[in-house]
Design a protein around this ligand. Structure first.
Ligand code: DLZ
Length: 173
C-alpha cells in the first residue's frame, strides 16, 4: 500500500473558513517538526480564508501536555475547533508508547466531553526521517491535513446546529 500524501485533498470539497475560529496547540518537543506542522496548518486555514485574528496559537512543552493545553483553549476562548500538533518519535525506552497512548486517549476524551472538534495532528513515528517526510517532506504535511479536517468538522458542527434549529421550528408549528 502506498503512503498517502498528507497535503493532497480535493479543494472543491473544503468549505470556506472565512468566519471560523480556530485554536492551535503546539508541542515544543521536536520543535523543527512541530513548527513545520504549525506553518502548514496556518497556511492551509488561510488558504480557505480563515482570518489571522481568528486563529489562536498556544504552546505546551510536550505532546503529553497537548490534552490540557487544548482543554484550556476550549475553556477560555470561543474557538470552534482546536488543532493539536505534536511529534512523538520512538526512542530506546517504552516512553513513546505511554506518551502516544496518553495523548490519544486525552484528545479522544476531549472530543467526547466538549461539543467542538479536537483534531489529532500528531505524528507518531519510529524515526526522525519519517517525521520529516510528513512535516513538509515527501509525504506532505500533517499540519495541512489537520487544518482541512478542522474546517470540515466545524462546517459539520454548524450544519448539525442548523438542523437542530429547524427541528425545533417544525415541532412548534
Ligand atoms: C519525555 C518526552 C520524550 C522522551 N519524547 C517526546 C517526544 O518524542 N515527543 C513529545 O512531544 N514529547 C516527548 N517527551 C515529553 C513528554 O511529552 C512530556 O512533555 C514530558 O513527559 C513531561 O510531562
Amino acid at each position: 500500500m502506498s503512503t498517502k500524501n498528507l497535503s493532497e485533498y480535493n479543494a472543491d470539497f473544503v468549505p470556506s473558513a472565512y468566519d471560523m475560529k480556530f485554536g492551535i496547540i503546539v508541542s515544543g518537543w521536536n520543535n523543527e517538526v512541530t513548527s513545520a506542522l504549525l506553518a502548514g496548518a496556518v497556511k492551509t486555514l488561510e488558504r480557505f480564508k480563515a482570518r489571522e485574528d481568528n486563529i489562536i496559537i498556544k504552546y505546551v512543552p510536550g505532546s503529553f501536555e497537548l490534552t490540557l493545553g487544548a482543554q484550556y483553549i476550549a475553556e477560555y476562548t470561543d474557538v470552534e475547533a482546536v488543532i493539536c500538533l505534536g511529534c512523538v518519535i520512538q526512542g530506546e525506552t517504552p516512553h513513546f508508547n505511554y506518551i502516544c497512548q496518553g495523548v490519544t486517549q486525552g484528545i479522544t476524551q476531549l472530543n467526547i466531553e466538549y461539543n467542538i472538534p479536537f483534531i489529532f495532528g500528531i505524528l507518531t513515528t519510529l524515526t526522525q526521517e519519517q517525521a520529516t517526510d510528513r512535516s513538509g517532506g515527501r509525504y506532505g504535511n500533517k499540519g495541512d491535513e489537520a487544518a482541512i479536517t478542522a474546517i470540515k468538522m466545524v462546517a459539520l458542527m454548524r450544519e448539525m446546529e442548523k438542523e437542530t434549529d429547524f427541528s425545533c421550528i417544525t415541532k412548534t408549528e
